[in-house]
Design a protein around this ligand. Structure first.
Ligand SMILES: NC(=O)c1ccc[n+]([C@@H]2O[C@H](COP(=O)([O-])OP(=O)(O)OC[C@H]3O[C@@H](n4cnc5c(N)ncnc54)[C@H](O)[C@@H]3O)[C@@H](O)[C@H]2O)c1
Ligand SMILES: [Fe+2]
Length: 362
């Protein structure tokens, strides 16, 4: 089997590394993308205290960057002195928003035309990004795509370009210590979903599988303990490292069926991404089992030799954390669920799933 693995992001990992971001910006004019919230004003003050002021701060996005808000962000960005590098300080929403700004050339219309009319981006104008994640989950700091939500039309787009891999990812686990339980749970499960979805994936390869196995094992062991001790920096460090490894895995494979299912669940009921993309994992795992020897082998490295018992344990793991695993808990009837899975199997991510035949037969 031929395969390839590539990820160009420079990774810096360690507690206190926020203070090194200024050195990475260097003499470049920079823009900051972060939340308009007290904790992030504190982080930003720490950063600007060393790096000096950014040419512009974009703070109008809270979560799930949406076309309407991004148009305003791009307008502010375009009106400011041109930046040479963008620093994204926040969760996946901030890193994804930074990717949209980086590709926009100061006008959201550039990105909209690309997403809707498939017009090429202005490649030479795409700006470098320094990604400083404050959640341990999305992996966006090492991927080349961003989710752009269009809630007005009940849909979502994926903005993707090789130039959108961040220049550097700075992972400082201390920044995640203030994340509340619900956010820690959802982001932790998002990372678990990235790891497993890159295993049952037609694009899987030995490098992505190694990252994914390591990530999944670590999350299953660490997350329940972390949820009991949210201020434990050592557990935060382990969880962030696992989320990074999951990101490195799916940066090359993309996700699969559980993520494709999640988009409709989120758009329909507003269920937070990390829960929407993980409640179906035990079911999706059962469809994947037996489809491909390499996939089974990787799953055995995570769950042990008996995969059916492993799927059972995965379900119990989620339910013990308070995550219901049946679709009805998300307002989806049995009939609707079958339609939703059928649609997801035809989606861009669903087509990556190696267990499509078993899922179609179910
Ligand atoms: N590009 C990718 O590869 C990729 C992958 C998965 C998900 N995503 C996207 O990422 C988004 C979700 O990102 P997310 O789950 O990281 O959350 P988020 O960025 O949407 O943030 C959610 C909330 O968490 C708070 N928060 C963040 N860090 C905190 C901290 N350290 N302490 C206290 N509060 C904190 C923020 O204030 C915010 O209100 C979704 O839009 C999803 O589509 C992108
Ligand atoms: Fe995800």
């Amino acid at each position: 089997m031929n395969w390839a693995y590539w990820n160009p992001v420079k990774i810096r990992f360690g507690n206190g590394l926020l203070d090194e971001v200024a050195g990475l910006i260097g003499q470049r004019r920079w823009a900051l993308v972060t939340y308009d919230q007290p904790l992030f004003r504190e982080f930003s003050a720490r950063l600007t205290g060393i790096a000096g002021a950014p040419v512009v701060s974009i703070t109008n996005i809270e979560t799930n960057p949406d076309c309407a808000d991004l148009a305003e962000s791009c307008r502010q960005f375009g009106a400011a002195e041109p930046a040479e590098v963008i620093v994204a300080l926040g969760g996946g929403s901030m890193i994804d928003a930074a990717k949209v700004l980086a590709a926009s050339d100061g006008d959201f219309e550039t990105v909209r035309r690309h997403l809707v009319e498939k017009k090429p981006l202005i490649e030479g104008a795409i700006l470098p990004i320094i990604a400083v994640p404050t959640t341990a989950g999305t992996g966006s700091e090492v991927t080349s795509w961003a989710t752009v939500w269009d809630s007005a039309n009940g849909s979502k787009y994926s903005l993707a370009h090789p130039r959108l891999y961040p220049e550097t990812a700075v992972l400082d686990p201390a920044l995640t210590v203030g994340a509340p339980r619900g956010l820690t749970l959802a982001t932790g499960l998002d990372a678990l979903s990235h790891a497993l979805e890159s295993i049952w994936n037609v694009n899987g390869n030995p490098v992505s599988a190694n990252y994914a196995v390591e990530a999944a094992k670590e999350i299953i062991e660490t997350l329940p303990r972390l949820l009991e001790r949210l201020d434990d920096v050592e557990l935060r460090t382990r969880q962030m490292r696992a989320s990074l490894l999951a990101g490195l895995a799916f940066s090359n494979t993309k996700t699969a069926l559980a993520h494709n299912i999640s988009y409709d669940i989120t758009l329909k009921s507003g269920t937070i991404h990390g829960i929407a993309c993980s409640f179906s994992l035990p079911m999706v795992m059962r469809w994947a089992m037996g489809a491909q020897p390499q996939c089974d082998a990787a799953l055995r490295r995570v769950f042990g030799p008996d995969l059916e018992a492993g799927a059972e344990r995965l379900g119990a793991f989620l339910r013990d954390l308070g995550v219901a695993t049946e679709p009805s808990a998300y307002g989806v009837s049995a009939g609707e669920w079958n339609r939703l899975v059928g649609k997801a199997l035809e989606g861009e991510r669903g087509r990556n799933f190696i267990g499509r035949q078993a899922a179609m037969a179910a």
